[in-house]
Every structure is written in structure tokens, then in C-alpha cells.
Design a protein around this ligand. Structure first.
Ligand code: ATP
Ligand code: MG
Length: 443
């Protein structure tokens, strides 16, 4: 049953209207604008019917407040004096209708019913739009390999929940795409998606960026500034490159996640925030925890659900689909009409290890399309460095010790502590060797 709030300073009018509408709706009443706003914050109201002239703030001022604090709640204005100007002003400020007193009760019922039907339609539309946006966010994640199918399934499972998600995977594997899909498929889809690239900011800047600051908190803080947590309120906060957050900020972040409140820099007044957190990293965060570079308690907080994107070379089966999608994407942008890729060219692409993953592939396809002569991409269009990869870019280093380390990591599912134990070398030495052989990102 829909709820209608009647606002009028005159008791008899309130009661008369309540009686008329009480048959079809749940009716609440208030005697002034302040009272109406109190009701609106406490209860869910579907429509407001308010008198124009009231002692204190008038109906127009209430209308403007509702448009900000409860957008989507239709407001109908009533006035004893049918002044055209107020009616015009009311409609311009978003009132759905304007009625003059004495009210014809049949007409009132009709107007209320119509406004509620319209509102329900709009809500349904918003839901459908969000569903469509969610679908397309998922469709943008191309690849039918088992690994990508599993990623898509995971997204579908966890997106509707409020669970914190940690997205892991090497650079260019689509972590940001996944984060956006999680948001688009969540009940928060209509609220903001706010991304913070943690590596781009110094520790002190990052803190004020995340939590905000008050005027005078530090030199240069000329005014209060909202942090990203507050900006993302109601929506999703995406912390990219989370491994780069310094230890002091990690402590603060953990507190925020535990208390669900933020304290802007320079303020001791906690502000409640309602956000869904998604974090991403191209590091092996577990290894960073073992190495003392990332707090374990924060790691567990973030890693409620994890989604891991494998490097492109481990799902070469996705190559043809990805190439097709990029060709289709770039054709209109580049004004080209490329039809496809010759088998020899595809074979060359498939032989390349793609250290920059999907991002690199996308760039290579774009470049090939710019330079291509015919309407198909041929082996001659494949850039030289892709056809004959530089030795450093080859996946397996020749060195036998490096190979042993890779093997151990592989056998232990990427767990470094276990891999070191397997090889019988101390963890510190193990890390040093990872570095020596450039295996920091190996799993
Ligand atoms: N599965 C995919 N399907 C289609 N496009 C993809 C896919 N994965 C990545 N891309 C594209 O590759 C580029 C890089 O993706 P994205 O920015 O999401 O990577 P990332 O994992 O966040 O990388 P980094 O760690 O460097 O930030 C983007 O242009 C993205 O649209
Ligand atoms: Mg990214």
C-alpha cells in the first residue's frame, strides 16, 4: 500500500483529506514543513500533498527540500488562493500538480493515483536501465575461456551482495572492468562508482583524498573537503593498486572498514558512510603480507571474496574473440572497415606472451588497424616486436634456478611461503631471488 503524507497547518483540512485518501492509501500527517521533513526521514513516503501557505516555511520551500533530500517523491501543492504565479513556480520547481481549495475530492483522488502510477513506472524504468547497464558491463568482459567464464560467474554471484571484493591479476588483465561490472550489477548501480588510484598519491594526500579534511587541517586546506568515501556514499568505492597504500594509512583504512565511519583529517567527528568496497592489485598481496609490507588484518578484511584474473598467455583461447571485439570497436573510431585477421597473423599473435596482457593486445590491434593496407590484418601488419619477442619478454627464463622457482610456485599455487619451504630456502632469500630473476609477479 502506498503512503501519502498530508501537510497542512489547518487541522480540519488535514482530517478531511486524510479521510478522503485513507480508503486507498496509508495516510500520515504533519502540521508544518519541519514536521513533514521529520516524517520523511523516519518513514518511507510515496507522495506528499502539501498546503502552499503555512506559518513558518511554506509549501514551495518544502517542495525544494524534498527535491533534494528525497528526489523521486512526487509533491502535489494545494492552495486556497489560486494564484497563477505560485502555480507556475511550483510546477517549475518540480511539483507534479497544483490544486486549489476547496478541493474536489474525486479530482484529488485521480491526481494522486496518476502521480503514483507515474512514480512507479519511473522506478521500474530505473531498475530496468540498471539491469541493462549491468548486463552490458558484463558483456564488455570478453573471453569464453574457462577462466573468464569462472570470473563472470563469480561476478554474477557476488555483485548483488555487499561483500568486499579483492580483484587480483597482472597489469592490463581487466581488473577495472571487473570492478565496474560488480558495481553495475549491484543494487547500488544508480549510486556513484568512485575510483581511487592509490599509487598516484603521496601518503598524506591519499589520506585526505580518501577521508577528506576540514578547513585548516594543514597548510593549503582552505576549506572543508569531502573524501572519496563520503563521495561514494551509497555506492561503490574502488581502491586500485591497494598494495601501494602506506602502512599508516592502512591502519586508518582498517578502522574505517570496521566502524563504517570516516574521520576527515583535522576532525574528530566521525561521519557514517555506506559504501561497498572493491580493491584491486597487480601484486601478490599475500606475499606482501608475508614480507611485512601489507597488514594481515586489512588483507583479510579486503579479501572476503577474491576474483583472480589470469594473465592473457594462460588463456590464449580468448585471443580471437578479443581481437574481433577490438576490431569492431576501432573500425568506427578509426574510420576503417577491417573485416578480420588472417590466420598467419593470428598465429603470430598467439605465439606472443603478452606481458602487458589485454591492454597491450588492444593497443597492438589498434596500431595494426591504423597501418593496415588491406581490409584484413595480415602477418605483415603484425609489429616486429610481437613477431620476434625480445628475449626478456619470453615467459620462461633460461636459467635453471629461475625455472625451479617457477615450478615450485606453480606447484604451490603461487603461495610463496610454501614454495620457499618446498625448495628448502629461507623466505628472505627466496624473495631476493624472485627479484633477481624478475619473477615478482610470477604465481
Ligand atoms: N576481458 C576483457 N575484455 C575486453 N576488454 C578487456 C578485457 N580485459 C581488459 N580489457 C581492456 O584492456 C584494458 C585494460 O583493462 P583494465 O584497465 O581493466 O586493466 P587492469 O587490470 O585494471 O590493469 P592495471 O593493473 O594496469 O590497472 C582496457 O582497455 C580494458 O577495456
Ligand atoms: Mg587498473
Amino acid at each position: 500500500m502506498n503512503t501519502v503524507l498530508i501537510v497542512d497547518d489547518d487541522k480540519a483540512t488535514r482530517e478531511g483529506l486524510a479521510l478522503a485518501l485513507g480508503r486507498a492509501y496509508r495516510v500520515l500527517t504533519a502540521a508544518d514543513a519541519e514536521g513533514a521533513l521529520r516524517v520523511l526521514t523516519g518513514q518511507s513516503v510515496d507522495l506528499v500533498l502539501t498546503d502552499l501557505r503555512m506559518p513558518g516555511r511554506d509549501g514551495l520551500s518544502l517542495l525544494r527540500d524534498i527535491a533534494v533530500s528525497h528526489p523521486g517523491v512526487p509533491v502535489i501543492l494545494l492552495s486556497a488562493y489560486g494564484s497563477v504565479e505560485s502555480a507556475v513556480e511550483a510546477m517549475r520547481d518540480g511539483a507534479v500538480d497544483f490544486l486549489t481549495k476547496p478541493v474536489n475530492l474525486d479530482h484529488l483522488e485521480l491526481v494522486v493515483r496518476r502521480a503514483l502510477r507515474q512514480k512507479n513506472l519511473e522506478r521500474q524504468n530505473a531498475r530496468l536501465r540498471a539491469q541493462l547497464a549491468g548486463r552490458s558491463a558484463l558483456d564488455r568482459l570478453i573471453g569464453s575461456s574457462e577462466a573468464m567464464a569462472a570470473v563472470r560467474e563469480r561476478i554474477g554471484q557476488v555483485a548483488p551482495t555487499p561483500a568486499t571484493v579483492l580483484i587480483q591479476g597482472p597489469s592490463g588483465t581487466g581488473k577495472e572492468l571487473v570492478a565496474r561490472a560488480l558495481h553495475a550489477l549491484s543494487p547500488r548501480a544508480e549510486a556513484p562508482f568512485v575510483a581511487v588510484h592509490c599509487a598516484a598519491l603521496s601518503p598524506s594526500l591519499l589520506e585526505s583524498e580518501l577521508f577528506g579534511h576540514v578547513k585548516g587541517a594543514f597548510t593549503g586546506a582552505d576549506e572543508d573537503r569531502k573524501g572519496r568515501f563520503e563521495i561514494a556514499d551509497g555506492g561503490t568505492l574502488f581502491l586500485d593498486e591497494i598494495s601501494e597504500i602506506d602502512l599508516a594509512t592502512q591502519v586508518k583504512l582498517l578502522r574505517v572498514l570496521e566502524t563504517r565511519t570516516v574521520e576527515p583529517v583535522g576532525s574528530a567527528r566521525p561521519i557514517p558512510v555506506d559504501i561497498r568496497l572493491v580493491a584491486a592489485t597487480n601484486r601478490d598481496l599475500r606475499a606482501w603480507v608475508d614480507a611485512g609490507r601489507f597488514r594481515e588484518d586489512l588483507y583479510f578484511r579486503l579479501n572476503v571474496v577474491d576474483i583472480t584474473l589470469p594473465p592473457l598467455r594462460e588463456r590464449q583461447g580468448d585471443l580471437p574473440q578479443l581481437c574481433d571485439a577490438f576490431v569492431r570497436e576501432f573500425n568506427p573510431l578509426l574510420g576503417r572497415g577491417i573485416l578480420g585477421i588472417e590466420p598467419e597473423a593470428m598465429a603470430a599473435l598467439a605465439a606472443y606472451p603478452w606481458p602487458g596482457n589485454v591492454r597491450e593486445l588492444r593497443n597492438v590491434i589498434e596500431r595494426m588497424m591504423v597501418l593496415a593496407h588491406g581490409d584484413r590484418l595480415t602477418l605483415a601488419d603484425v609489429p616486429a616486436n610481437v613477431r620476434a619477442p625480445a628475449p626478456a619478454a619470453r615467459p620462461a627464463p633460461a636459467d635453471p634456478e629461475a625455472a625451479r622457482i617457477r615450478e615450485a610456485l606453480h606447484a604451490e599455487g603461487g603461495n610463496r611461503t610454501a614454495a620457499a619451504r618446498r625448495l628448502g630456502i629461507p623466505l628472505r632469500t627466496f624473495y631476493r631471488r624472485l627479484k633477481t630473476y624478475g619473477l615478482e609477479d610470477a604465481r
